[in-house]
Design a protein around this ligand. Structure first.
Ligand code: AMP
Length: 133
């Protein structure tokens, strides 16, 4: 198929990463290790980051196993939206929304992802720099 205006060589899509259920967030979801839970519903769990990089730092994770953002599929669209809505709601509930907060998803080791269960970071309580490091 001819593609117009293509100025770069397209890479083949990377295969979905096989989900390894021994990761630390899967263990939290199974109740094998503790977490400071802020919110739970049928689709996600929210808990404080164990090594916070801001005065408020929590993680929103789906209960559904997805390794990276790029491994989500169109079937996960509503779930991804839910994670963001919950991120905002918990920020509001904690009283940190009005002063501004940052939402981060690290996709892949090159972006700093260390836990291969999809998670949304929410950072608040300090000035945020742009561009991020
Ligand atoms: P990332 O580098 O984007 O994969 O983020 C993983 C985050 O998980 C880091 O900010 C860690 O501090 C955090 N983390 C790792 N283990 C735990 C744990 N047991 N409870 C809460 N947060 C954790």
């Amino acid at each position: 198929m001819r593609q117009r205006g293509l100025t770069f060589a397209p890479k083949l899509a990377a295969p979905a990463l096989t989900y390894d259920s021994s990761n630390v967030f899967a263990r939290i979801l199974r109740g094998e290790i503790p977490a400071q839970v802020l919110h739970e519903d049928e689709r996600c769990l929210v808990f404080r980051d164990a090594m916070p990089v801001a005065p408020t730092h929590f993680l929103v994770i789906p209960k559904h196993p997805v390794a990276r953002l790029i491994d989500a599929t169109p079937a996960d669209a509503a779930l991804l939206g839910h994670l963001l809505l919950v991120a905002g709601k918990v920020a509001k509930d904690l009283g940190v929304a009005d002063d501004g907060f940052r939402v981060v998803v690290n996709n892949g080791a090159g972006a700093g992802q260390t836990v291969f269960h999809l998670h949304v970071h929410v950072l608040a309580g300090r000035a945020m720099e742009w561009p991020p490091g």
